[in-house]
Design a protein around this ligand. Structure first.
Ligand code: GTP
Length: 601
């Protein structure tokens, strides 16, 4: 297809504003999917995505659309719709999908208005110089307020209210006009056909049968089947076994040229060999400069994962190795905990990523896991100038510390203006700094904060929701790091440190963490034959203490000496129970106590 007839776009929307439904309707209106073959949410493939109703992996679909040109002739255009992931953890992937497009449909629920994610993605789209088409969705809803929200949208992007389109992905109203406007308003791709090939990878997915399927947007030159290509970040070379377009199933083609979007297969088995953001070129005639914007995925949140049944450790390792094939951001290394045994320290992009991985390990691989409280990565500078990266709180250095840095995020919060006070109070208690505040309309406000990632990881979102009766929305992206007054709080049972309970907290929160943890454990750990002190300590300084009283658990005393077989039975029973106990020094701690103490509530 000549570039003049290509339009590459994506849909950006807040979660649940109807992106998938609209995408499905477009597939149907353009005849790519027949009505009877239409299954809901054609683009969301993974089971977990479907169940959670979120889109993790982007895909691209080609759709034909005919429109009269200036001369009054009917011309058939080729629209490429690139799906963007919908959650904060995947900001980088979103930015690459946007970079593959010339324009974006900014989709807003006509009954909800603009939300934090709409804004965050809009800013990303503007950074990429995309043409924005503002669209209100769900206008079929009785609660829709198109006038009000058209004004909000027009104000935000600086257009006229009459330019805001109105559609319903559900009934199909306005969808054909939207397709027309995509052709009219979006610029055609530009690139140089005679230059050495440069194509940007905006997604790569592992497929059991075909190996890694890589989604690309060609910028310059062209890619053809059977030629050798090179990944510009690693210099690795591969043969192009297959190249083609998705419409809506993969169909091999005889190559991709300037502005085209499609997939390619080289036979590699690991998405790390085909990285999002990387540039592909032709080995025989390589480009000298890669396209900008490539970045290695960087884990932000860490947690220890341990099998509840220690013999499952090899199974857990195999499962992680398998998941890694399809997840370039997943990193892990073996770790041993005195309390929990053999496991892995796993790095994730964020909390949703963590939850997804954990759920897949449990569901697809049948593993039962204990995970330690999630933490961020700290950079500790010692008095002698040495730098220590800490991803496991129990490894926080003991010596003379000069300072500690923690990652921060730039957060965008959108809420009705009645809640400004409540939000400020919450952000303040989470060590946030207000960066700016704007009214989108009289009753809706956008607040921008810098917040420590560690505070967001904990339970920020839940608290925000409960303090604003569910009305606030939140989006955030990494924004470097800052110095912070942080300390490590250890928990000791009878003087023995329990590594899994160590936590790095702000100095002002150390006492309350210590009291909370000691109190929890006193409830959870059964009495022993001897008294067990529980202490929370910073270094050698104890900041909180609880005691589990001793009992005389002399079971044999009940048997009055006589019945030998009954005695034996009781002893056997006790042994059974002990199997599910972990020993911390002399103290028996039931497995359940660890699970309950580490759960986030
Ligand atoms: P994520 O993939 O989770 O980001 O959601 P999404 O933005 O793709 O939203 P989705 O298409 O899953 O729609 C969310 C909900 O809104 C679903 O219950 C849809 O049935 C409903 N919905 C979508 N479009 C319309 C519409 O035009 N009208 C009405 N009434 N409901 C709609």
């Amino acid at each position: 297809t000549p570039p003049e007839l290509i339009r590459n776009f994506c849909i950006i929307a807040h979660i649940d504003h109807g992106k998938s439904t609209l995408a499905d309707r477009m597939l149907q209106k353009t005849g790519v999917v027949e009505e009877r073959a239409m299954r809901a949410q054609y683009l969301d493939r993974m089971d977990i995505e479907r169940e959670r109703g979120i889109t993790i992996k982007s895909q691209a679909v080609r759709m034909p659309w005919s429109l009269e040109n200036a001369a009054g002739e009917l011309e058939t255009y080729c629209l490429n719709m690139i799906d963007t992931p919908g959650h904060v953890d995947f900001t980088y992937e979103v930015s690459r999908s946007l970079a593959a497009c010339e324009g974006a449909v900014l989709l807003v629920d006509a009954a909800q208005g603009i939300e934090a994610q709409t804004l965050a993605n809009l800013y990303l789209a503007m950074e990429n110089d995309l043409t924005i088409i503002p669209v209100l969705n769900k206008i079929d809803l009785p609660a829709a307020q198109p006038e009000k929200y058209a004004a909000e949208l027009a104000g935000l992007i600086g257009c006229d209210e009459s330019e805001v389109l109105r559609v319903s992905g559900k009934t199909g109203v306005g969808v054909e006009e939207l397709l027309d406007e995509i052709v009219r308003q979006l610029p055609a791709p530009t690139g140089e056909a005679d230059k050495p090939a440069r194509a940007m990878i905006f997604d790569s997915v592992y497929d059991t049968y075909r190996g890694v399927v890589t989604y690309v947007r060609v910028i310059d030159g062209n890619l053809n089947p059977r030629e050798r290509i090179q990944m510009m970040s690693t210099r690795a070379t591969h043969e192009l076994l297959e190249i083609g377009v998705i419409s809506p199933e993969p169909a091999p083609s005889d190559g991709l040229g300037v502005g085209e979007v499609g997939y390619l297969i080289t036979g590699v088995k690991d998405v790390r060999q085909s990285r999002v953001g990387d540039t592909i070129t032709n080995l025989a005639k390589p480009a000298s400069e890669a396209l900008g914007g490539y970045r290695d995925p960087r884990p932000m949140v860490f947690s220890g994962l341990y099998p509840i049944d220690g013999t499952d450790y090899p199974l857990l390792r195999d499962a992680l190795d398998k998941l890694k094939l399809n997840d370039a951001a997943l990193v892990y290394e073996p770790e041993t905990s005195a309390a929990l045994g053999f496991g892995f320290r796993v790095g994730f992009l964020g909390m949703l990523h963590l939850e997804i991985v954990r759920e897949r390990l449990e569901r697809e691989f049948g593993l039962d896991l204990i995970s330690t409280l999630p933490n961020v990565e700290y950079e500790v500078r010692m008095d002698d100038g040495k730098l220590v990266e800490v991803t496991n709180p129990s490894e926080f250095p003991d010596g003379k510390i000069a300072d500690v840095r923690e990652p921060v995020v730039r957060a965008t919060i959108l809420a009705p203006s009645d809640f400004i006070g409540a939000i400020m109070e919450l952000c303040q208690s989470k060590r946030g700094t207000l960066r700016g505040m704007d009214y989108l309309s009289e009753e809706r406000v956008e607040m921008r904060y810098t917040l420590p990632l560690a505070e967001i990881v904990f339970d920020f979102f839940d608290q925000l929701k409960s303090k604003t009766r569910g009305y606030a929305s939140l989006d955030y992206e990494p924004d470097g790091d800052q110095l912070a007054d942080l300390v490590k709080v250890d928990i000791l049972l009878q003087g023995e440190q329990v590594d899994a309970f160590s936590s790095i907290v702000h100095k002002d929160n150390a006492y309350s963490y210590g009291v909370m943890m000691a109190g929890k454990l006193r409830e959870l750990i059964p009495r022993q034959q001897f008294e067990v002190p529980i202490q929370a300590a910073i270094g050698s300084r104890v900041i909180a203490r609880e005691t589990i009283r001793a009992i005389r658990k002399d079971v044999l005393a009940k048997c009055y000496g006589g019945d030998i077989s009954r005695k034996r039975k009781l002893l056997e029973k006790q042994k059974e129970g002990k199997k599910r106990m972990k020993m911390v020094g002399r103290v028996e701690v039931p497995q359940e106590a660890f699970i309950a103490a580490l759960s986030n509530d």
